[in-house]
Design a binder for this molecule. Structure first.
Ligand code: HEM
Length: 509
């Protein structure tokens, strides 16, 4: 009886608004800890479903022990969060997150915690300097164009090498392979080389690729940070082995072979007095940003196309056209990334739809001062507000009644009208000050590489028929594009004539 009374009392107190304009409070079934428990058990799916249960509410208040989480589920309010950079900022959360995930020492934690959101004229801090470097370097222009061409050329090379290693004397690949692992290998090895040069740690020690993915899959546990060496041993050990390999790379002077953005980050770390070990840990975070989303997105785009005969025919026709245009503009055996982006409209629509369906990321901001969002919703200082990509991507009022279907044509229909959706409705790359700086590069890399490998190989089901598309695994924290719940197996069949052509291919902008 006492427990019941306590439970009612807790529900009542945690369900009360802190201010008359605080967004609608959603009480959990289990008082106080219910929402946290929901997130631990159901991952990103929990917040997404909660958001979709309240279609009339653009923002919700979730009481959690000692604080609130505000969840934005509507694009125009998401845009307000993004505009409100003075009082809503991701940066105050970064020192603790990076310390836990990368294993930074106390001295580095102290250094990176200074001057987090400097106003013009105020002393600048580490994150502000790195942010500026990354966003200016990755803006559209010569650097990104050259880096994109290098990366795609490298991926084409990886594809040819993989085909060479896996095909038998008859030119076919013997058994079914794990298709996600197949893509992962190429994108991991190719991207590591494009960013960190030929002597990058993964090229030197190929087994580190496994450590990289173990690190990725244990990210949530590292972030929780309770005895990570015991609770997520594979991720922890993987991170430490990768760090040791990056230390060796730095000590050997191989940084000289890296792309300028990687060198620039290391230069800033030196200016802030970071040790080689800390610079190695930071390099791992950049490798992570460059690989994980690109890999999983490449996989989904290819799978969606190979799983649908009509899409495959349309996309292959577009790729042939892109190759012709490239040949006219840049000479024989070239593939122009610009031509792919101009000509392969179905491929581009599949890419966007894969991100709509598979990207359920949260853009998170700390509330630095009590804030009246859009002059309407009170947000309490010290709490966090997150824009729920999953809920926004799942709203039928934005995407139509077929919101749960995979339908790339929705992006073709809207062509020429700024896609017809609110600019903040497409959350694939986040938004505002944390909008993914790598999006231009990633789009170039993924579209051109998928074009190359759809041209060069066929993917079929183990029985020789069409592949089917598994469900996504949305019961994890959506730190990147969601992976499939079950790893699909398939047979990779090289297309002999096209592969010959790929071995001569030069990737140009
Ligand atoms: C399809 C591929 C990619 C997708 C879907 C993607 C998506 C995202 C998302 C959702 C965020 C967080 C945005 C937010 O919190 O609002 C992000 C951040 C970031 N991305 Fe990407 N990304 C991709 C590829 C890349 C690549 C190739 C790079 C290159 C290194 C990159 C570098 C970064 C960095 C450095 C950040 C952190 C930005 C910050 O917090 O200031 N991304 N990305």
């Amino acid at each position: 009886m006492g427990l019941l009374t306590l439970s009612f009392a807790l529900r009542y107190t945690s369900g009360r608004k802190l201010h008359p304009s605080e967004p609608t409070v959603v009480q959990p079934w289990i008082p106080v800890i219910g929402h946290l428990l929901g997130m631990v058990v159901y991952g990103g799916r929990y917040i997404k479903r909660l958001g979709l249960c309240y279609p009339q509410e653009p923002i919700l208040t979730l009481p959690v022990p000692g604080s609130r989480i505000y969840v934005v589920t509507e694009p125009s309010l998401a845009a307000s969060v993004q505009r409100n950079t003075k009082t809503l900022s991701m940066t105050p959360l970064l020192p603790e997150i990076t310390k836990r995930v990368l294993g930074l020492d106390q001295k580095t934690y102290h250094v990176i915690s200074q001057n987090l959101d400097p106003e013009p004229g105020e002393p600048r801090g580490f994150f502000a300097d790195v942010h500026d470097l990354v966003y200016t370097s990755f803006g559209p222009g010569d650097y990104v164009n050259a880096l994109s061409c290098e990366a795609v050329q490298e991926l084409c090379f990886q594809l040819l090498e993989t085909i060479d290693v896996t095909t038998d004397a008859t030119g076919s690949v013997p058994g079914p392979v794990d298709l996600l692992a197949w893509v992962r290998h190429m994108v991991t090895v190719g991207t590591a080389k494009a960013f960190f040069g030929p002597h990058n740690p993964i090229a030197e020690e190929p087994d580190l690729a496994h450590d990289f993915w173990a690190f990725d899959h244990g990210l949530g546990g590292l972030l929780i940070g309770i005895f990570p060496s015991l609770t997520v041993p594979k991720a922890y050990a993987g991170r430490e082995r990768l760090t040791a390999a990056f230390r060796k790379y730095l000590e050997a002077g191989y940084l000289e072979e890296a792309t300028s953005i990687v060198k620039g980050r290391a230069r800033i770390e030196k200016e802030y007095g970071m040790s080689t070990d800390m610079t190695a840990r930071s390099a791992l975070s950049f490798l992570f940003a460059g690989i994980v989303n690109a890999t999983t997105t490449t996989f989904w785009v290819a799978l969606r196309i190979f799983a649908n005969e009509i899409l495959l025919a349309r996309v292959r026709q577009e790729i042939r056209q892109a190759l012709e245009v490239s040949c006219q503009r840049s000479g024989p055996d070239t593939l122009s990334i610009t031509a792919v982006k101009e000509t392969c409209t179905t491929l581009l629509a599949v890419y966007r739809e894969c991100l709509r369906v598979g990207s359920e990321n949260f853009s998170v901001r700390m509330i630095k001062e009590d804030t009246m969002l859009a002059d309407r919703y009170f947000l309490k200082k010290g709490a966090v507000v997150q824009i729920s990509g999953g809920a926004i991507h799942g709203r039928s009022t934005i995407w139509g009644q077929d919101v749960d279907e995979f339908n790339p044509d929705r992006f073709l229909r809207q062509k020429g009208k700024g896609h017809g959706f609110h600019p903040a409705a497409f959350r694939g790359f986040g938004g505002g000050k944390t909008l993914c700086p790598g999006r231009e590069f990633a789009t170039n890399e993924i579209l051109a590489f998928v074009a190359i490998f759809i041209h060069g190989v066929d993917w079929v089901a183990p029985d020789g028929g069409r592949l089917s598309v598994p469900e996504k695994n949305d019961r994890v924290m959506p730190v990147h594009v969601l992976e499939p719940a079950t790893a699909p197996k398939g047979i990779v069949r090289p297309r002999a004539e096209e592969v010959k052509m790929l071995s001569r291919l030069k990737v140009v902008m």
